[in-house]
Design a protein around this ligand. Structure first.
Ligand SMILES: [Zn+2]
Length: 384
């Protein structure tokens, strides 16, 4: 592998194209960011990206989920390597976005998540063409919809292309390292249902806030393992609408996460037991709504896969000492859950994602783009 790598590095890293293109990259990155694209409203941004992609020799199409797909054909058409970046943002429709540059950083909602990676893909496509690089395998660039609101874009693409994709790289967050598995995320709303009543009505029955308080306290006493990496949070709660009524419906949310589905199932069971016991103690009932659930995305053997080995070598070749994690939370999970070998990484360091103060360092993006370029060629293989 080492010799092949030297050839690739010689060909790619000496390429001046990314450095020559610096100003154009920055301008294009900002232009894409300034078209807001809330989840399920990505069409305007997609049309703009399509107009940029039309300048290159790519096969371009949309799928049923609105994903914009551009294929750069390889001489042997195999392996098939997918790189994705998501088009959607978490910001409200109609938000006017205007980027500003201060002290080496660019500020704009969505500049990092995930426009930095959209721009990285465009810059690599331009560099591959400028250097006349032919790959053996196909490089498929997928600009996905709806990552932030449930990954329906990536789910559609990976379902449609299951069995056709050899490597799937989701670009989202990340810079110096990458992930090879996805954390499971489960959101619940638990209700205690009781008779309610006026403050001055006979007690008991109590307000449903009593079993709620007892249950929350006991749930926080549960042992949540740090290995496998797991988290539990109770972030929202509610009860009566007024001060002078006992709550007939008191509810709270649980955000339960783990890289192990067994841990999630075990904690779910323990929480259910606590809820039942506390409801019984005060003569009430429990109702649980699952707000959303996505399992941990673990593909057996993926840690030792060719994709992970190549990704590690590429990061080291770029001078990174990569962290290799198993708690990703992005489109990579959709691929892994379809049995497609996948990692997730990104093209630059950013801060405050999902906030109006979101910003990215400008300088590292150029190095990040070179890393993505190297990864593309290393995976797709150079054609002589
Ligand atoms: Zn994202």
């Amino acid at each position: 592998m080492l010799r092949a790598f030297r050839v690739i590095i010689a060909k790619i890293l000496v390429l001046p194209h990314i450095d020559q293109d610096r100003d154009a990259i920055l301008r294009e990155w900002i232009a894409i960011t300034e078209i807001n694209a809330p989840s399920k409203q990505e069409q305007e941004r997609a049309k703009y990206l399509e107009s940029l992609l039309r300048k290159f020799k790519l096969e371009i199409r949309y799928d049923a989920a609105g994903n914009l797909i551009a294929t750069r054909k390889g001489t042997a058409r195999k392996p098939v390597t997918v790189f994705d970046a998501h088009m959607d943002t978490v910001f409200q429709p109609g938000l006017k976005i205007k980027a500003t540059i201060r002290e080496g950083r660019v500020y704009a909602p969505g500049i990092g998540d995930d426009t930095r990676n959209i721009e990285a893909l465009l810059a690599t496509i331009r560099a591959l063409d400028a250097a006349n690089i032919k790959t053996k395998g196909d490089l498929v660039f997928v600009f996905t919809t709806d990552e932030e609101a449930g990954m329906s874009g990536a789910k559609q693409y990976t379902k449609d292309n299951k069995g056709l994709v050899d490597y799937y790289v989701a670009l989202d967050g990340g810079y110096e390292g990458f992930t090879y598995a996805g954390i499971g995320i489960n959101w619940y709303r638990h209700h205690f249902i009781g008779p309610g009543g006026h403050t001055r009505s006979r007690t008991p029955p109590y307000s449903a806030s009593l079993p709620l308080a007892r249950a929350i306290s006991r749930i926080y006493d549960l042992k949540v393992p740090s290995n496998p990496s797991s988290n539990l949070n109770i972030g929202m709660l509610g009860g009566s609408e007024v001060v002078n009524a006992k709550a007939s419906d008191a509810w709270f949310t649980v955000d339960l996460r783990s890289t192990s589905n067994e841990v999630i199932a075990d904690l779910e069971k323990q929480i259910a037991t606590i809820l039942d016991e506390e409801a019984k103690r005060v003569g009430m009932t429990v109702k649980t709504d699952v707000i959303s659930s996505s399992p941990a995305a673990v593909l057996p053997g993926n840690r030792d896969s060719q994709l992970v080995k190549i990704a590690e070598a590429v990061h080291r070749a770029m001078g990174f000492n990569p962290s290799i994690g198993n708690a990703g939370s992005n489109n990579s999970s959709a691929a892994l859950l379809q049995g497609i070998t996948s990692i997730s990484t990104g093209a630059g360091p950013c801060e405050d994602s999902h906030a109006l103060t979101e910003n990215c360092e400008i300088e590292p993006l150029y190095k990040g783009i070179k890393k993505i370029l190297l990864l593309e060629v290393a995976l797709a293989g150079l054609s002589q």
